[in-house]
Design a protein around this ligand. Structure first.
Ligand code: GDP
Ligand code: MG
Length: 177
């Protein structure tokens, strides 16, 4: 029960955005395949991965899009955002600059995506507490001000990755039902 062989009630497209090297591809690998790699090179070509889960007795196929390295050239196209009902806005808690760029990503998201898109702010690499450069409070405050969900995650240790996706997917589910 709950595997991909059953009929699909919903397909939800969710996009991952944020600066290069914050851990987007590893968050996706953790969610879609329960894998992690410490030496992941720039993402190669894969457009999206899917995982089917059950929410309130309905099967929901999450189709999660990864930027495939386009973030380096600020070349994320409008096709990437088209049809997205959820977005995960990722920064690295050890790199202040990746958090400082979040307003830009949010602006880009709001200009390209549907206005009702469900957004979660994610502070990744929370396993590296001793290298923390972004206080949790700063991010929490920003998220509240902008009306975003917020969680700190570790793709390496699996912390909150499942919860982050479930938060977005359940909120989308509740909106369409
Ligand atoms: P992307 O460019 O945003 O897709 O970032 P990647 O997923 O390729 O990750 C960039 C680097 O950060 C890789 O070396 C990953 O192994 C590492 N990384 C990703 N997530 C975590 C995490 O949660 N903790 C730690 N310590 N390293 C991570
Ligand atoms: Mg990547």
């Amino acid at each position: 029960y709950g595997d991909a062989s059953q009929k699909i009630d919903y397909v939800f497209k969710v996009v991952l955005i944020g600066d290069s090297a914050v851990g987007k591809s590893q968050i996706l690998a953790r969610f879609a395949r329960n894998e992690f790699s410490l030496d992941s090179k720039a993402t190669i070509g894969v457009e999206f991965q899917t995982r089917t889960l059950v929410i309130q007795h309905k099967s929901v196929k999450a189709q999660i899009w990864d930027t495939a390295g386009q973030e380096r050239y600020r070349a994320v196209t409008s096709a990437y955002y088209r049809g997205a009902v959820g977005a995960m806005l990722v920064y690295d808690i050890t790199k202040r600059q990746t958090f400082d760029h979040i307003p830009r990503w949010l602006e880009e998201l709001r200009s390209h995506a549907d206005k009702n898109i469900v957004i979660i702010l994610i502070g990744n690499k929370c396993d590296l507490e001793n290298q923390r450069a972004v206080p949790t409070e700063d991010a929490k405050e920003f998220a509240e001000k902008e009306g975003l969900f917020f969680l700190e995650t570790s793709a390496l240790e699996s912390t909150n990755v499942e919860t982050a996706f479930l938060t977005v997917l359940t909120e989308i589910f509740n909106i369409v039902n």
